[in-house]
Design a protein around this ligand. Sequence first.
Ligand SMILES: Cc1cc2nc3c(=O)[nH]c(=O)nc-3n(C[C@H](O)[C@H](O)[C@H](O)COP(=O)(O)O)c2cc1C
Length: 375
Amino acid sequence: MTDDSSFDEMRRTARRRLPRGLFDYIDRGVGDERALASLRERLGAVEIVPRVLRANSARSITCNLFGDICGAPFVIAPTAMAGLIEHDGEIAVARAATRLGIPICLSTQSVISVERLRDAVPDATVWMQLYLWEDLDLSAALMRRAEASGVRVLAMTVDTPYGARKEWNLRSGFGMPFRISRSSVTDVLLRPGWFLKAVVPSLLGGGLPTLENYPREMRPRLLGRATDPRVALRGNLSWDDVAWVRDHWKGHLILKGVLSPDDALKAAECGADGIVVSSHGARNLDAAPAPIDALPDIAGVAGERMTVLSDSGVRRGLDVLRYQIRGAEAVMIGRLPLWALAAGGERGVAAALAVLRQEYIEALDFTGAGIAAAG
Ligand SMILES: Cc1cc2nc3c(=O)[nH]c(=O)nc-3n(C[C@H](O)[C@H](O)[C@H](O)COP(=O)(O)O)c2cc1C
């Protein structure tokens, strides 16, 4: 365990190694980044009154999520284009997660396909995140592919009617497709190490990185055409769509991106098995409340009926416990494994997860398992 595994240090290393456009895509929020600032502030403000003389060396940190015993109460959050940090980045993250016994939730917009992840890491617990596409038949086909690949938990993202406008990405040109300009090309040229690790292996394999979960002929590409309208995010996403997904998915269904108790109740009525109380890492709505504040009311109304997970802003093991004492069974982690991947590849992710686990154990031990909370 070294200082290199602290979130800030990994983030600094990632900043040095990645093109600025990619770094910003991962790091930043939207608008004036008020939601981003407040989610960290509110999370950090949660104090835990320690209860003393309650050492319990027999306590377990495992957690049962949808029938799978996880090595710790964390799940790797779905993050689009993680495979652009390094070639096959999602595989590296999955290997590290599997070593710790925690699930990885693969994004619809991952660079590698769910089949390739399954083949590369057969013992991984893979969840699949679903961005519903305009063409529902194509989404149904993706769900069938996920099921055939052994996925039992589908996380349908409900807080993203379309990709949020990210000003710095518009400026830097980073995205799919990548906008070529003098500054965007310079940005890449300044990071030849990244280009060698992330892009050259794909080129040697016959092409640029793309999003492999998309139907072959419609895959968004780093260079070239814009997204095919049939696989654009479903703009008029509604509860009818949730009902449609429920009808078409036999496994466990989670709705990701719920921040209101009413929506949580509706999710339960629609037959969801779980929710993720999340502000999408403050990447969508700059007025979104910090999930840590929204969580207690939601857990109060829905915790008995569904598995309640939460995410956004987790940087340390103490944050995991903060979410748990506010009502979450487990948390998702988004940026943390990405910085670890950029800083140290698969070993970097494994080290960061080991540190998170150790910090979580210390948080339990030093609080007497977190009995009371304020903040
Ligand atoms: C680079 C990046 C890409 C993301 N892509 C997706 C995605 O494809 N689908 C999704 O539901 N959430 C996506 N998210 C949100 C994460 O799943 C998660 O909710 C968020 O990152 C949690 O906050 P944290 O990064 O502070 O841990 C993305 C987040 C990041 C940082």
